[in-house]
Design a protein around this ligand. Structure first.
Ligand SMILES: [Fe+2]
Length: 180
């Protein structure tokens, strides 16, 4: 019914390098897509050029009971306390509800905990929709493109290049409870 995203995932190599780098072992230790899905992660590829009119997205939202969408632009100009928030994304955490994101632009990585506690990393880019199940420990980071641009460019150039990631926070509203 939906076009499922082909997922590339690998075991996270917890070395001292910046977390926006790939953190692959050498040789790489790939994790099969089937295992990611077995852990409860759902993945789709959606056309996002006119995402508000995308019928597949509407169907997913209806099927899964997502009531509304919010576009969040993760860049210093658009996001208050950008550095703090980006740091916060990478703190291991979980939610009592699903985490659901559609990437409208930019690149990043999700890290999720495997059954044995090891971190698994998978990249996301424009057109990816990801749903993490409730209770799954995870964290998120922008990727090295951001890191390199951030580190190497001047302040004014950086603000222009910080066209990073725009996602939709699709949340359910449960009476008397904030969504995430
Ligand atoms: Fe989260």
């Amino acid at each position: 019914m939906f076009s499922l995203k082909e997922l590339e995932a690998w075991e996270y190599n917890a070395n001292d390098e910046d977390h926006r780098l790939t953190h692959k072992f050498s040789p790489n230790r790939p994790v099969p897509q089937e295992h990611i899905h077995e852990l409860g992660v759902l993945t789709w590829k959606l056309d996002v050029d006119e995402w508000e009119k995308n019928t597949l997205l509407e169907t997913i939202k209806m099927d899964r009971g997502y009531k509304y969408s919010e576009v969040v632009t993760v860049c210093p100009k658009e996001m208050e306390d950008f550095e703090e928030k980006v740091k916060g994304f990478f703190q291991e955490h979980m939610h009592s509800q699903e985490e659901k994101r559609l990437i409208l632009d930019g690149n990043g990585y999700w890290d999720i905990r495997d059954y044995d506690g090891k971190w698994i990393r998978f990249p996301v880019t424009k057109c990816d929709m990801i749903v993490l199940p409730p209770g799954m420990f995870h964290r998120f980071t922008l990727d090295e493109n951001h890191y390199i641009k951030h580190g190497a460019e001047s302040e004014s150039a950086a603000s222009k290049l910080y066209v990073l990631i725009i996602w939709i926070l699709v949340q359910e509203r449960i009476r008397g409870q904030s969504a995430e």
